[in-house]
Ligand binder design. Structure first.
Ligand SMILES: Cc1cc2nc3c(=O)[nH]c(=O)nc-3n(C[C@H](O)[C@H](O)[C@H](O)COP(=O)(O)OP(=O)(O)OC[C@H]3O[C@@H](n4cnc5c(N)ncnc54)[C@H](O)[C@@H]3O)c2cc1C
Length: 473
């Protein structure tokens, strides 16, 4: 029964997050908005029809991401409904995201036809200059045949409240497997250094003890498996290493599970791993440079999506990345870089309809997860020198940092305090890492430069292209 499939339904918007949600949509996307009231009987009658409209545009197997279907409950969101002059319920309005900025002169189209899905879809089609041939029987059949993974209410995506450790483990195992599978490609000093630093980072900051221990074992045996003067690694010996311990195998994806077999998965888990490593690193004053150098090398040398690695490499080569010194720098840099990727991928997915309709790319964290992270009026100091683009909400970075540490850092098994003080007690840092760290120190003395560089970066990199992560597996 499709009506159980809540993920396909209209998106519920509240005042908190309304503007941001529309701002991060691609500017050419059409937005169909229902203003209703939960108590209103006419609205209740209309609801199944409006759900069908949402299914038609959001749903599998033929999602039409050019239209975003949402709604506002005027019973609780009175201010929004006043802003849009809603005189009766349900009211349907349509426009581009910018048209919803009525205070800036935005104008919306009003629907005055029959309250039935076919007519509404045709009306939207006229406004979009697209002939949508809605056939209720065919759509119903298509939904059944497509049998999306998330079908029942209990399977529908929910916003996880903290990072999914199983997904982190699976992506750790996969990332190591992909390294081993490079075979003869696993040669040269740069790759050896990248592998050494990556294992080092995992051993210190991985949220699961068994993966941290597996990485430590691999690191200790590296001189035998890949002596510094040998041209390459012994793939056979590397392949025998169990990075997360014996008997641990890949699990089904949890929070990284897509609505289709081919979407999400590994790249999603890899992001979770990178964020967790940043949020669990120590000591906080200096570890950022190590995280940055190790992650940069890992992505350049071992992340086999060439465009992803290229884009990431370009971001990591910017001044803002060189300024990463502390744990806070690393956590915020990773968060910000990920949001830049989210924006780029959202634009791509909009163009080629390739996204997972259940998981549209958003500027993260959404207000539902962290209401304080988005500041309607941020204090001057918090965003000094930071550019604000249309796609980038105003952030309160202190709150974002707190949230990131809670979401990614506190979920692990190993308490942060127990992790070895990296730069305090141990020698043997790679020259690259050492260099990055020294550089980080230098830059850190010049207060504020990091934020300015970040602003320049945002402006310079607001456009680009890349391959979909989903196709990497
Ligand atoms: C290093 C790297 C670079 C990539 N570069 C590209 C590229 O150039 N082009 C391309 O098409 N694909 C790229 N990808 C893949 C792409 O980013 C997604 O991983 C993929 O599209 C799957 O998306 P998803 O919906 O699972 O969410 P993902 O973007 O993978 O995010 C996974 C989870 O992380 C959380 N999250 C989202 N945003 C943030 C944030 N800002 N900070 C912290 N947590 C967040 C959310 O819980 C989300 O579900 C890259 C992946 C990685 C790991």
């Amino acid at each position: 029964d499709e009506s159980e499939d809540i993920a396909l339904k209209p998106v519920d918007l509240k005042k908190d997050g309304f503007d941001v949600t529309l701002q991060v949509l691609p500017s050419g996307r059409g937005v169909l908005m229902e203003f209703y009231a939960a108590w209103c009987p006419a609205c209740k009658h209309f609801q199944p029809h409006y759900d069908k409209v949402a299914e038609y545009f959001h749903g599998t197997p033929r999602p039409k991401p050019e239209v975003y279907v949402a709604r506002v409950d005027c019973a609780t969101e009175g201010a929004l409904c006043t802003l849009y002059n809603i005189g009766h319920y349900p009211t349907l309005k349509f426009g581009r995201p910018a048209d919803f900025e009525v205070s800036k002169g935005g104008k919306l189209e009003d629907y005055s036809g029959v309250r039935a899905e076919k007519e509404i879809i045709e009306w939207v089609g006229k406004l979009q200059s697209t002939a949508y041939d809605f056939d209720p029987n065919r759509e119903a059949q298509a939904f059944q045949q497509a049998a999306p993974v998330a079908k029942k209410e209990e399977d529908a995506p929910k916003l996880p409240q903290r990072v999914d450790l199983n997904d982190i483990e699976s992506s750790t195992i996969l990332s190591f497997r992909y390294i081993v599978e490079m075979g003869d490609g696993l040669s040269g000093l740069e790759k050896r250094q990248a592998l050494k630093d990556w294992l080092d980072l995992l051993s210190r900051s991985h949220p699961l003890n068994r993966c941290a221990q597996g990485a430590k074992n691999a690191l200790d045996s590296l001189p035998k498996i890949w002596p510094p003067d040998a041209p390459g690694a012994s793939a056979v010996a590397l392949g025998q290493i169990k990075i997360c311990g014996d008997g641990v195998s890949l699990k089904e994806w949890g929070s990284c599970r897509g609505s289709r077999e081919t979407s999400r998965g590994y790249t999603c888990g890899l992001w979770l791993l990178l964020h967790s490593l940043a949020a669990r690193s120590s000591p906080p004053e200096t570890v950022g440079a190590f995280w940055m150098a190790a992650v940069k090398q890992f992505v350049e040398q071992f992340f086999q999506c060439s465009e992803c690695s290229q884009h990431f490499g370009a971001m990591a080569a910017e001044e803002a990345a060189a300024a990463v010194t502390t744990k806070r720098d690393a956590v915020l840099w990773a968060w910000h870089a990920h949001n830049i990727v989210n924006k780029r991928v959202a634009d791509e997915e909009f163009k080629d309809h390739s996204g997972d309709p259940f998981f549209p790319k958003v500027q993260w964290p959404p207000p539902e997860l962290c209401p304080l992270c988005r500041a309607p009026s941020v204090t001057a100091g918090a965003t000094a020198g930071k550019a604000s683009t249309e796609a980038e909400p105003e952030w309160n970075e202190d709150e974002v940092y707190r949230f990131m540490v809670r979401y990614y850092g506190d979920a692990g098994e190993k308490a942060e305090a127990a992790s070895v003080a990296y730069f305090g007690g141990r020698k043997g840092l790679s020259s690259k890492v050492d260099k990055a760290r020294r550089h980080g120190y230098t830059i850190a003395k010049v207060g504020g430069i990091a934020l300015v560089a970040l602003a320049v970066y945002v402006l310079a990199r607001s456009a680009g292209s890349g391959r979909k992560g989903a196709s990497i597996l």
